[in-house]
Design a binder for this molecule. Sequence first.
Ligand SMILES: CC(C)(COP(=O)(O)OP(=O)(O)OC[C@H]1O[C@@H](n2cnc3c(N)ncnc32)[C@H](O)[C@@H]1OP(=O)(O)O)[C@@H](O)C(=O)NCCC(=O)NCCS
Length: 406
Amino acid sequence: MPLGPLGPAHPARPSDGEPLAIAKQARRRAEPSNAPPDYHRTVTDDRPYSPGLEGVIAGETSLGYVDGERGRLLYRGYRIGDLVDHGTYPAVANLLWTGEWDPGHHLPTGPIPEAVLATLRALPRETKPMDALRTAVSAWGATQTLDWPPTPEQARALTAFSPSALAAFARIRRGLEPVEPDPSLDLVPGFLYQLNGERPDAATARALDAYFICGAEHGFNASTFTARVIIATRSDIASAVSGAIGTMKGPLHGGAPSEVVEQIHQVGSPERAEAWVRDAIARGERLMGFGHRVYRAYDPRAAALRKVAEGMEHRPEWLELAIAVEDVALRVLAELHPGRALKTNVEYYAAPVLMAVGLTPDLFPATFSLSRHAGWTAHVLEQAANNRLIRPDARYVGPPERDLPV
Ligand SMILES: CC(C)(COP(=O)(O)OP(=O)(O)OC[C@H]1O[C@@H](n2cnc3c(N)ncnc32)[C@H](O)[C@@H]1OP(=O)(O)O)[C@@H](O)C(=O)NCCC(=O)NCCS
């Protein structure tokens, strides 16, 4: 690729700020020549470039391991299925923050500072819950002293605050008063209590807790990477998490279990599943909740959530339909794409679990963000503990150095 203004050095421009590695390279090539600058010379930047950073190792982590080939997800070495079977979200969050497995770890939802509540009340009622949550985290940061380096206490406080804030906003927009946190409840039942004004039954709380565990961590995904980039500048944990929420808001990342809901509604009954699936694919549509960029096997989070959904005491009829549609979809996808493993992903069973616990689909993405707080904040701690500013280079493909027309 021809490159631009890389004539040997620009001695008259000491204020250019950070030196470009490539400019250094060009200078090195120019030495020890005493020739006058050749502003029209071009150089080739042949350093490796991977669009979207795909396949690039951008850091090291001991938090989450995503094994797409074999369909495994480990948090600090522990299998996701075991964590769902034997853990709670607070225990898993604590594991991510500290490396210690304490199954009895208790974490209630946190208080909402008055300034944050006033901010939430000032938002238009039609504000998207993701926007409200991002705003709440930002306002929360303004009310705290968040010194460098970030601490597990900061991680705990923020992870505990956000469910209260989302629940408060969900009530305020319906003209209801927010509900105070109940310190005797753990984070997930506490969130449902603040959302609905009544304590959830154990099975409902357990199902949403399983969802939170499955959403807690997933390696260097876009929002987690955002959080690490922000904290690497020695900014603070609230800035890192509000940036991460902004990243997760994008449909390419935040996913759409609500689209799974819509799809199942369209199918209507198990007898119509086969025809509906084949028609949808023939129209060029994608089946929501199937396929994954990393997993080539059944997403282990989907397996864990299916088990939870099937074990729910009051299974909605809707869930039976979802299970029937999945069987058909897997069979048809295998038939149409024999060379490509297209399996169920986490979104598919997130949808019935979130529906069954009574959340409205427009709260799904923000609830996903609540669950990812544990992972985001653990990555913030990990990045800060061994910090290096994250600052990649870009390949310059603009015009070569030229004279301004005067
Ligand atoms: C998740 C997803 C974006 C991954 O995409 P990807 O790794 O880039 O996969 P590709 O786009 O390369 O797809 C490979 C082939 O499988 C097909 N395919 C992939 N996912 C499919 C799906 N859900 N339904 C139908 N066909 C699908 C593609 O059409 C493509 O077919 P082609 O080779 O004939 O063109 C994709 O599977 C998808 O759109 N799934 C539905 C949305 C979803 O569930 N998202 C949540 C992800 S957690």
